[in-house]
Design a protein around this ligand. Structure first.
Ligand SMILES: Nc1nc2c(ncn2[C@@H]2O[C@H](COP(=O)(O)OP(=O)(O)OP(=O)(O)O)[C@@H](O)[C@H]2O)c(=O)[nH]1
Ligand SMILES: [Mg+2]
Length: 660
């Protein structure tokens, strides 16, 4: 597959995403026009929309230094510039993680975060919102040379004393040799992180690429392992045919990459690069292929992965043949086969995730809306039947109906009372739930642990502080879990009461769930634990790293509590809405009924116009229901040209078809 085909696929993916957004927006205005929206619904719809709009597909490249990650990125995505766009040279080259993407409001730039910011306890995520901390280089996207020049900065280094390097946590014996003079100068990266935005067609379609430096930086910049790699949709691990699987390749695989193998959220591929080093003018192609195959088998057994995950190729060869326009040679390089895989896996995964999110969130609401409209229609139909019955009936029969209507009215008033007292009880309980998730409580725990973590520079000491932190946060969340349980029970009881005593049919509360937050907290700590134990030896003398490491966990945990808190507030303000809707509907029904009966009773006024009005209203509602069905169909539309393994049409159509 050529770059063009990948681009085509990305384009139809972008189109599909756009259609999905349009359907969600149509649902939003549909809700508005019927006055059916509330804060919780609005939040879910907005979240889904922003997920769809900000959706980026990130491919991350991770490996030991000099395996050819950057060369592979050049070959895969940027060959049409005719240049080696990102710096790739023998030895260590890429010095800081570099994110390539297209910033819709930002134009063309390389933004660079100075390495000294490592001394600041603010984690990398925090710096994203501090533009003043970054240096910026602008360039013209029409000039590949200017771009190449600007991109060279990701390889920039500077000289500092051993002492300064140690303070930054960047002194490594295996890189710098054994320096016993503290004022000796050593090289360290100039930048901590690079964000590169330019209007490349693939980036404009929502592709983002993460190039990482070799192992060292992974060991010292926890965010790579804690948030950058896990947030990528696909991870590409690169090995080189001329070095085979070395011990440090294996360490890196085990500590940072392997865990993605079993993840549903990520695609993982292993590239065996530099197969050109096995090419040979004397041996036949067949012999060369055999030796490639032998290496592939050996990688399979060492990494314990299946053969279809491995892609033998030459990045350098791919880049050169693309630049020369030599298509035959390009096929031989193995790059096109890998491109095809990337486009399939990335787009499939992304599509699956988005469809699941739409399915779990918006479709649930659509079904609820359908139920509301269906109930309205049933009420109208009842009124219509009644009107037809009373039209032309005897006075006494009508009087009987009038009595019935009044009885129903007092039942309604009873419901209003019952609802109000339930709502009071619920408000008490909801307050307890919302308070249990108050981010201030999380903040208190963090602040309590912080001085302890700074003072404990030994592995054992850190491990204990970490354990205490984890337990405290889990305890906090457990309290919220208990509050959630009680609240759920109460809500269910209230709904049951209205269902059994008042005959409210088919109204279901949306229940607040805390599971996803529990799960997320555990994931944060799992990731932290992997990082902590894998880099333990290095960490011992690197207090800043520890500090930052905790900093990023704390940042994530705080963010989690803030989201859960907001979620509980929105939920509390809207969980009673379905009952309220039904009661309002009941009120409208009774009022209409009384008006009609009075009319019929007083002067022999004709009810023809009322009949017509009801019929028109019914037709109108049926139209709204049809619109909703169309929106639902559009929300479930998979992207053209991609097969999905999973069936996402899980929701049944009962509510929509019932009224049809
Ligand atoms: N023979 C051969 N050399 C390659 C190939 N791919 C990359 N190289 C060379 O390998 C060297 C390292 O490549 P890089 O792309 O800089 O490697 P990297 O993995 O990005 O390394 P760091 O940035 O240091 O982490 C460069 O000199 C490349 O030209 C290939 O397919 N064949
Ligand atoms: Mg590189």
């Amino acid at each position: 597959m050529s770059n063009m085909q990948f681009q085509d696929q990305l384009q139809s993916y972008a189109q599909w995403r756009h259609n999905l957004s349009k359907a969600v927006k149509r649902y939003q205005s549909w809700l508005d026009s019927l006055n059916l929206t509330d804060p919780k619904i609005e939040e879910i719809v907005q979240n889904t929309l922003s997920n769809l709009q900000n959706d980026r597909i990130t491919i991350a490249f991770a490996a030991e230094f000099s395996r050819g990650k950057t060369e592979l990125i050049n070959a895969l995505f940027f060959a049409e510039t005719g240049l080696r766009l990102l710096p790739s040279t023998p030895g260590r080259t890429t010095m800081c993680p570099a994110e390539l993407f297209y910033d819709q409001d930002g134009g063309n730039y390389v933004r660079l975060l100075p390495i000294e910011t490592r001394l600041d306890p603010l984690p990398l995520i925090g710096f994203r919102n501090k533009p003043e901390a970054w240096s910026e280089i602008e360039f013209s996207a029409d000039s590949p040379e200017e771009m190449q020049e600007a991109f060279r900065e990701v390889a920039a280094v500077k000289k500092v004393t051993v002492d300064e390097a140690k303070e930054l946590g960047l002194y490594h014996e295996e890189v710098h040799g054994n320096q016993d003079q503290l004022d000796e100068l050593v090289e360290i990266p100039r930048w901590r992180h690079a964000m590169i935005s330019f209007p490349h067609p693939l980036l404009k379609q929502g592709l983002a690429i993460l190039d990482t430096p070799g192992l060292n930086a992974l060991g010292t910049e926890p965010e790579l392992t804690l948030s950058l790699l896990p947030s990528a949709q696909a991870i590409v691990f690169v090995l080189a045919a001329d070095t085979g699987v070395t011990k440090s390749d294996l360490d890196m695989w085990r500590n940072y990459v392997k865990s993605f193998r079993t993840s549903d959220q990520h695609g993982l591929a292993v590239v065996m690069n530099k197969i050109d080093t096995l090419w040979d003018d004397i041996n036949s192609d067949e012999l060369v292929n055999d030796s490639i195959q032998t290496q592939v088998q050996s990688i399979c057994s060492i990494l314990n992965i299946s053969e279809e995950m491995i892609f033998p190729l030459t990045a350098k060869g791919g880049l050169l043949s693309k630049i020369k326009g030599d298509n035959r040679q390009l096929q031989k390089t193995g790059v096109p086969a890998f491109e095809a895989y990337l486009s399939d896996i990335v787009l499939n995964k992304r599509q699956e995730i988005l469809l699941t999110s739409v399915n779990d969130n918006v479709l649930y609401l659509v079904d609820g809306s359908a139920r509301v409209v269906t109930n309205k229609m049933l009420n109208l139909k009842r009124q219509l039947d009644e009107l037809r019955k009373v039209d032309g009936q005897s006075q006494s029969a009508n009087n009987k109906l009038m009595v019935e209507a009044r009885e129903e009215q007092s039942r309604y008033l009873g419901n209003v009372d019952a609802f109000q007292s339930s709502r009071r009880v619920f408000a008490q309980q909801a307050k307890r739930l919302v308070e249990s998730l108050d981010p201030v409580r999380c903040q208190d725990i963090m602040e309590k642990t912080k001085p302890q973590m700074v003072s404990k520079a030994t592995t054992m000491g850190m491990k204990n502080v970490m354990k205490v932190l984890l337990e405290d946060l889990q305890y906090l969340l457990q309290d919220a879990v208990d509050a959630t349980e009680e609240t759920r029970r109460l809500v269910k009881a209230i709904y049951r009461k209205f269902e059994q005593e008042e005959g409210f049919e088919d109204i279901k509360p949306q229940l607040f769930s805390i599971k996803k937050y529990q799960f997320e907290l555990e994931e944060i700590f799992d990731e932290a634990e992997v990082f902590r134990s894998s880099a333990a030896a290095t960490l011992m003398e690197q207090r800043i790293v520890i500090d930052r490491f905790y900093g990023s966990i704390i940042y994530k945990a705080k963010d989690l509590f803030e989201r859960a808190h907001q979620d509980s507030i929105n939920w509390a303000s809207s969980v009673m809405t379905p009952i309220l809707h039904t009661i309002k509907e009941q009120k409208k029904y009774i009022e209409n009924r009384l008006v009609v009966l009075r009319k019929v009773n007083s002067a022999n006024e004709s009810v023809d116009s009322d009949l017509k009005e009801l019929q028109t209203a019914l037709v109108g509602l049926q139209k709204r229901l049809d619109e909703l069905q169309q929106i639902k169909d559009d929300l479930q539309q998979p992207m053209a040209g991609l097969d999905l393994e999973k069936d996402h049409g899980g929701h049944n159509d009962s509510a929509l078809s019932a009224a049809g």
